[in-house]
Design a binder for this molecule. Structure first.
Ligand SMILES: Nc1nc2c(c(=O)[nH]1)N[C@@H](CN(C=O)c1ccc(C(=O)N[C@@H](CCC(=O)O)C(=O)O)cc1)CN2
Ligand SMILES: NCC(=O)N[C@@H]1O[C@H](COP(=O)([O-])[O-])[C@@H](O)[C@H]1O
Length: 190
């Protein structure tokens, strides 16, 4: 079987990226060859250093209006968005058709779209007194949070929950499922 190379794109703390790196550390068929971020202060860069993974700092104009770093990214088989906060431009979506996977911290289509990321999602769920929330893992198309769903998992939300306590529940679901959903999808296509 072909050896599969992943690039992770992340903007923040990087707990999902770290979880994927840990999950794949002994894999003989899939590896993470790059961590790219738009934030030179992102915590994810510390995990890249710890796992000795090359990094790439994305510059806005080149990513959004230039070549979208396709020369650097096209050597990878899949792009994994793990808390990446910029829209993937159409030319990169087209270059990686059905090969970009994103994790979103809500039960899409609820609480998705522009402005719906990180704590903003949890704040909206709590403000609306939802009884449940969860995660969605989906393919990425040219629109925010619109691609084909690969997986969803739910958690209960109770009156005592805060955006912070809900975020913890969501992170537990993400860490328990994202690596396995990624592997299941890419191995089903190779
Ligand atoms: N073409 C696509 N690009 C991206 C997708 C996608 O589905 N299609 N998913 C996002 C991740 N995401 C939700 O899962 C998401 C991330 C960020 C935003 C957002 O509103 N961002 C702000 C900018 C925030 C910042 O720069 O700090 C914005 O665009 O104004 C919405 C959804 C990754 N890319
Ligand atoms: N809409 C995108 C979005 O909100 N993504 C969310 O960013 C967080 C990143 O956490 P991490 O940096 O600890 O992996 C995760 O909860 C992920 O679902």
């Amino acid at each position: 079987m072909k050896f599969i190379k992943l690039a992770i794109l992340a903007s923040g703390t990087g707990s999902n990226a770290a979880n994927i790196l840990s999950y794949l550390k002994n894999s003989e068929s899939v590896s993470v060859g790059l961590i790219a971020t738009n934030n030179s202060n992102a915590g994810v860069l510390e995990y890249a250093k710890a796992y000795n993974v090359p990094t790439l700092i994305l510059e806005s104009a080149r990513f959004k209006k230039g070549d979208a770093y396709i020369p650097e990214l096209e050597k990878f088989d899949y792009l994994i968005l793990a808390g990446f906060l910029w829209k993937i431009p159409a030319k990169l979506v087209q270059a990686f058709s059905e090969r970009i996977i994103n994790i979103h911290p809500s039960l899409l289509p609820k609480y998705g779209g522009n402005g719906m990321y990180g704590h903003f999602v949890h704040e909206a769920v709590i403000a609306n007194k939802e009884s449940e929330s969860g995660i969605t893992i989906h393919l990425v198309d040219e629109v925010y949070d619109n691609g084909k769903h690969l997986f969803q998992a739910k958690c209960l939300v109770n009156e005592a929950d805060t955006p912070e306590s809900l975020a913890q529940k969501i992170h537990q679901l993400e860490h328990a499922n994202f690596p396995e959903v990624i592997l299941e999808y890419i191995l089903s296509r190779n």
